[in-house]
Write a protein that binds this ligand. Structure first.
Ligand SMILES: Nc1ncnc2[nH]cnc12
Ligand SMILES: [Zn+2]
Length: 356
């Protein structure tokens, strides 16, 4: 629970999450229980794997994206069966529901599983079951975004994209778009132009991580060469005023992850993020949790609260942020209307209570 007076308002806002790695929702508790169930030996030479508590302590000391990614890829080695992927995603959706998420567009990393001989169908079917359950039991609509790992060769991304099971999951299979993640430097977006161009031809939505640790130039390249309509993170946009103006004019949405940036030492506190500058320049952004199980259990509401405590936004500014985040979502127009109606209701309730 955050300290802000606006906590109940922030809780009730109809949230859309656009930047959440399902594998990053693997809590140390679930990690250890799946390791035991699946007889996976966790690294013996790293004291962090002595217990879930020791792992939580280690996660507090990440010093960079790559330091985190080392643990992220070891963590997911416990996921073997469709029911494991389902349990992982279901755990996330329950947190999301508690935090007032009504729509979630979630990333997953197929190459990190197929390279361990876990088939795409196993991964996808587990996530699908959790998505259906989230819709039926929690009222959360969701989409999947298939991410390519940029530290692997672009040819690997292409051969993943072209697998029959992958192609079959686009559209009705819940995969609405593609993304690009993992170590940002030295893997500039343009390396992946060919696979993005194929995805565009299939009508998929396009996004990419850029400007998290990498330079603003990576944001420009993601826009120019990959033709993305969103940028994941994008905080380094502040270093290039002309590009910032272009992003604002084109209504490109940044999917910002405040607590992730603090945990991975991109900034020393949330207050250091250029959010005031983005708001003043008309840059659209949504607020997200990235890998909450690795970043102090800061799910989306906790990220909203951290932003409020750092920037003291007005309720009108929050309504603006949520409005942009709904409009920038990749759900149907009908679903957007439902979410916007909910937002109007929260706004009018708040006004009635506080301006009566
Ligand atoms: N924050 C992040 N940046 C890049 N790749 C990731 N994969 C999971 N989380 C990530
Ligand atoms: Zn991310």
């Amino acid at each position: 629970m955050c300290k802000s007076e606006l906590h109940s308002f922030l809780q009730q806002l109809p949230k859309c999450e656009h930047h959440l790695h399902l594998e990053g929702a693997l809590t140390p508790q679930l990690l250890f229980s799946l390791a035991a169930k699946n007889h996976i030996q966790l690294p013996k030479d790293d004291p962090a794997y002595a217990s879930p508590e020791a792992l939580v302590e280690r996660y507090r000391k990440f010093d960079s994206l790559d330091d985190f990614l080392g643990y992220y890829y070891i963590g997911m080695s416990v996921l073997l069966h469709a029911e494991d992927f389902e349990a992982l995603a279901w755990d996330y959706f329950q947190h999301a529901a508690n935090d007032g998420v009504l729509h979630a567009e979630v990333f997953f990393d197929p190459q990190a599983h197929t390279s361990r001989r876990v088939s795409y169908d196993v991964v996808h079917s587990g996530f699908q079951r959790a998505r259906q359950r989230a819709q039926a039991e929690l009222g959360i609509s969701s989409e999947l975004i298939l991410c390519f790992l940029r530290h692997l060769p672009p040819a690997d991304a292409m051969s993943t994209f072209e697998q029959d099971a992958v192609l079959a999951s686009f559209g009705a299979g819940g995969v609405v778009g593609i993304g690009l993640d993992s170590s940002e430097k030295p893997f500039p977006p343009e390396l992946f132009q060919a696979v993005y161009s194929k995805a565009e031809a299939k009508g998929l939505k396009l996004t990419a991580h850029a400007g998290e640790e990498g330079p603003a130039e990576y944001i420009r390249s993601a826009l120019d060469t990959l033709k993305v309509e969103r940028i994941d993170h994008g905080v380094r946009l502040i270093q290039d005023p002309a590009l910032l103006e272009r992003v604002a004019a084109k209504n490109i949405m940044l999917t910002i992850c405040p607590m992730s940036n603090v945990f991975l030492k991109g900034v020393s506190s949330v207050a250091e993020l250029p959010l005031r500058e983005f708001i003043d320049a008309g840059v659209r952004f949504s607020i997200n949790s990235d890998d909450p199980a690795y970043f102090g259990n800061h799910y989306i509401l906790s990220n909203y609260c951290a932003v409020q405590e750092a920037f003291h936004l007005t309720t009108d500014e929050w309504i603006q942020i949520c409005n942009g985040s709904i409009r920038g979502s990749w759900c149907s127009e009908g679903r957007k209307e439902e979410l916007l109606a909910r937002l109007r209701l929260v706004n009018s309730d708040w006004r009635n209570k506080h301006h009566a």
